[in-house]
Design a protein around this ligand. Structure first.
Ligand code: BT5
Length: 245
């Protein structure tokens, strides 16, 4: 079924339905698995978002993928979420060339402000489990501001989209493993070019409950978001709400 995608990674485990590909990879005996093992599901019953939120993945509607990574540049592994976002953006552009997908810091890919993909990274020891969901079709239970490849005019198959995504990510991650500094510069540049966040008025909801309103001006060398309010704030984790300019 996934003839192409199986060629793109050293090992691919496919599940018709599972609770969560991220959780499954976390439970697995990872020492027996090669780097870039892919756990892939056609549906999840307990898909995970950030901060305990849910990710909806109904049968036949989306791809759920988790990759096992062993980054050598441990200090820089926070960049992997944005790196995956750039790979998703390229994949959506490949299948829907007119769609102009944008990356919303830190972990979403949007088309016309609607979410087509979300990313969830988890560090477990020195491993990183990098999960990504990408919508192929609209699905019940997803929020109104969700979109999918078919709504953008693409009828690409599960295998074709997964293959492209794996290929796009591997090209970037291979560079990260051989020269992290260079790969980070590239990721930051790609993000700046295709960000829906930079240059806009935002409200950042911090994990502490605090809020910051201001202009998102850039990302710093660690991938943190820089917000100019009364003073300059550097934010490593937050939910970002785009305010009308
Ligand atoms: C995310 O969290 O966007 C991370 C999603 C990661 C999903 C992948 S699938 C493979 C792997 N295995 C898992 O169990 N998870 C990963 P966050 O930024 O917290 O956004 C969650 C919010 O996105 C929800 O509260 C909804 O508002 C919205 N949402 C849920 N399902 C959606 C969907 N299918 N399409 C668009 N938006 C959705």
């Amino acid at each position: 079924m996934l003839a192409k995608s199986e060629q793109a990674v050293p090992r691919l485990e496919f599940f018709e339905s599972i609770d969560s590909t991220n959780l499954a990879l976390e439970r697995a005996d990872r020492s027996a698995l090669p780097e870039l093992t892919a756990f892939v599901a056609a549906s999840q019953t307990a898909g995970q978002g950030r901060l305990g939120r849910a990710w909806v993945s109904e049968p036949g509607s989306s791809i759920s993928l988790s990759l096992l990574l062993r980054p050598t540049a441990q200090e820089e592994k926070g960049w992997l979420t944005l790196m995956m976002a750039t790979a998703v953006r390229a994949t959506v552009t490949y299948f829907a060339p007119e769609s102009e997908p944008k990356i919303k810091w830190p972990n979403d890919v949007l088309v016309s402000e609607k979410k087509i993909s979300g990313i969830l990274a988890k560090a477990v020891g020195n491993d990183v489990i990098l999960g990504v969901g990408i919508n192929l079709k609209s699905q019940q239970g997803a929020p109104e501001n969700a979109t999918a490849l078919d709504a953008l005019g693409s009828k690409a198959s599960f295998d074709d989209v997964l293959f492209e995504l794996l290929t796009q990510f591997r090209a970037r991650y291979g560079k990260f493993q051989s020269d992290a500094g260079w790969a980070i510069t590239q990721t930051a540049e790609e993000f700046r070019q295709h960000s829906s966040t930079l240059g806009t008025q935002v409200m950042a909801l911090l994990p502490s409950g605090d809020q910051i309103r201001g202009t998102a001006t850039d990302i710093d060398p660690q991938g943190n978001l820089v917000i100019q309010a009364d003073s300059k704030h550097v934010i490593s984790a937050a939910d970002i709400i785009h305010l009308r300019n």
